[in-house]
Design a protein around this ligand. Structure first.
Ligand SMILES: Cc1ncc(COP(=O)(O)O)c(C=O)c1O
Length: 424
C-alpha cells in the first residue's frame, strides 16, 4: 500500500500513533471499488469501515439523505419527533418480527453498547441490585468509549481504566485455536465457563458478539449462542447481543442471531444501517426488559444527533434498497461461494492456519501477524483492499460484488498468500 503522502498534515487517527499517516489515501468509491490518490483501483473488501454493505455511492440512499437534509435535517428527539424516525423503528420491528421490541437510536456502535448495557443495569437496579457484573468474551470488541474498552479484553483495550466499578468476567477459548475454536469441545468449554460464572458471581448481563470481528474474525461454534441463551434463562441473566458489525445483513441474515433462533433481550446494531452515509446506531429492547424498569423511569441517554431525521431517512432508504436488491440473500450466496473457493485454494496450505466465514465476513488466519500484514500489502498491490485483524486477513466485501469481482478477489488473496509464504 502506498504510504500516506500528507505526513505534514495535522490529522490524527483512531487506533494509531499520533503522527502515523501510513496507508493509502482514497479519493473515490463506487460500487465495490475504491480509488487511491495514485489512481490505483482496488476492490473494497473492507466495505468502508465494514459499514458500506450495499457498496459505495448507492444513489437512492444518498438521494434520500440529501432530500431529508433539505426538508428537515434534525430536531432534538428528547423534545420532538420526526416521521423518518417513526418509520425506521417500525421498519426494524417488522424486520425483526419481535413485536415487543422498542428501538432507541444513537450514533456510534459504542454508544449503542453503552445504552444496551445501561438498560440492562437499570433492569437489574429494579430487579436485584446485586447483579451488576457483566460477562463478555476476552476476544470480544465492544467499542472505544471507556466503558466499551473496559468490557473488551483485547490487547489494544487492556489499558482501559476500569473506572465504573463493574466486575467484568471474560470468557476465553482457552487452548482452542484456529478451526478448533468452532468445535463442539470449544462450545462445551465456553458454556461451562459461563455457567460457572453465572452460578458463582453477581453477573446479571451477558454481552456477546455472534462473530468476533476485531478479536480475529472468529466464528462461534455452532450451537453456542443457544447454549448461552439457555444458561442466561437458567440463571436469570439478560442476553445482550453486540450486532454492531453483524447487523444488518452482513452474515446473510438481517441479524446474525436469526441463524440460531435465539432471541436476545437487547440487541445493539449499527454498521449496515445507513450504508456509510452517516452515523446511526440502534438498540432493540425487548418488552421483557422494558416492562421491569421502575414505573415512570426514563431511559437516561441522549446525544445531540441521536436519530437525526436525515440519518433515519438514509436508514429507511438503505433497508428499502436491501429489500429491493435482495442484498441479504446475496450476502449469503456470495459469502458461501467465496468461502468454498478460499477453502479449496488455501485450506491446508503452508502458512494458513484456518479459513472460515459467515456470509460476507470471511477470515483467512495466517501463522503470524507479520505474514498477515505482508499478505494485506501484496493483495493491495494486486487490486484488493482487505483488513488485517492480528494474524487474520478479513474479507468483508459489499453485497453488490459481481461474479467477476468475486473471482478477482479470491484470485488476489490466494496469489497474495502464496507469494508471501513462498518468499520467506
Ligand atoms: C462488534 C462491534 N461492537 C462495537 C463496535 C464499536 O462501534 P463504533 O466504532 O461505531 O463505536 C464495533 C466497531 O467496529 C464492533 O465491530
Amino acid at each position: 500500500m502506498s504510504s500516506g503522502e500528507e505526513t505534514a498534515s495535522a490529522l490524527g487517527r483512531p487506533w494509531r500513533a499520533p503522527h502515523d499517516h501510513s496507508g493509502p489515501t482514497f479519493v473515490a468509491g463506487q460500487g465495490a471499488w475504491l480509488v487511491d490518490r495514485g489512481g490505483h483501483r482496488v476492490i473494497d473488501a473492507t466495505s468502508g469501515a465494514l459499514n458500506v454493505f450495499c457498496g459505495h455511492g448507492v444513489e437512492p440512499i444518498v438521494d434520500a439523505y440529501l432530500s431529508q437534509l433539505r426538508t428537515l435535517a434534525h430536531v432534538d428527539m428528547a423534545q420532538g419527533l420526526t416521521g423518518p424516525a417513526h418509520r425506521l423503528a417500525d421498519g426494524l420491528r417488522d424486520i425483526r418480527g419481535h413485536g415487543g421490541d422498542r428501538f432507541f437510536f444513537a450514533n456510534s456502535g459504542s454508544e449503542a453498547i453503552e445504552l444496551a448495557v445501561g438498560l440492562s443495569s437499570r433492569y437489574w437496579a429494579a430487579v436485584d441490585s446485586r447483579r451488576t457484573g457483566i460477562v463478555t468474551f476476552e476476544r470480544g470488541y465492544h467499542g472505544s468509549t471507556a466503558l466499551c474498552q473496559s468490557l473488551s479484553g483485547l490487547p489494544q483495550t487492556s489499558s482501559a481504566p476500569d473506572r465504573f466499578g463493574v466486575r467484568v468476567h471474560h470468557l476465553t477459548f482457552g487452548e482452542f485455536t484456529g478451526a478448533e475454536q468452532r468445535s463442539g469441545a470449544a462450545r462445551e468449554h465456553i458454556t461451562a465457563q459461563l455457567r460457572t460464572v453465572l452460578a458463582g458471581s453477581a453477573a446479571g448481563t451477558v454481552l456477546v458478539e455472534p462473530f468476533l470481528n476485531v478479536g480475529g474474525g472468529i466464528r462461534l461454534p455452532e450451537g453456542l449462542l443457544g447454549d448461552i441463551r439457555r444458561a442466561c434463562d437458567e440463571y436469570g441473566a439478560l442476553l445482550v447481543l453486540d450486532e454492531v458489525f453483524t447487523g444488518v445483513g452482513r452474515t446473510g441474515a438481517w441479524f446474525a442471531h436469526e441463524h440460531t433462533g435465539v432471541r436476545p433481550d437487547l440487541t445493539a446494531f449499527s454498521k449496515g444501517l445507513t450504508n456509510g452515509v452517516c452515523a446511526l446506531s440502534a438498540v432493540a429492547a425487548d418488552h421483557r426488559v422494558l416492562d421491569r424498569l421502575p414505573a415512570g423511569s426514563i431511559v437516561p441517554y441522549g446525544h445531540t444527533m441521536s436519530a437525526s431525521a436525515a440519518a433515519c431517512a438514509a436508514a429507511n432508504a438503505t433497508l428499502e434498497h436491501m429489500r429491493r436488491t435482495g442484498a441479504v440473500a446475496a450476502a449469503r450466496a456470495i459469502g458461501a461461494r467465496l468461502l468454498s473457493a478460499l477453502e479449496r485454494e488455501l485450506r491446508g496450505t503452508d502458512g494458513v492456519v484456518d479459513v472460515r466465514g459467515h456470509g460476507l465476513a470471511l477470515s483467512v488466519e495466517l501463522d503470524g501477524v507479520d505474514c498477515a500484514g505482508n499478505v494485506q500489502q501484496v493483495v493491495y498491490d494486486l487490486g484488493a483492499y482487505t483488513r488485517q485483524q492480528g494474524s487474520t486477513v478479513l474479507l468483508a466485501p459489499p453485497a453488490c460484488l459481481s461474479g467477476a469481482e468475486e473471482d478477482r478477489l479470491v484470485d488476489h488473496l490466494v496469489t497474495g498468500v502464496r507469494k508471501v509464504v513462498a518468499a520467506r
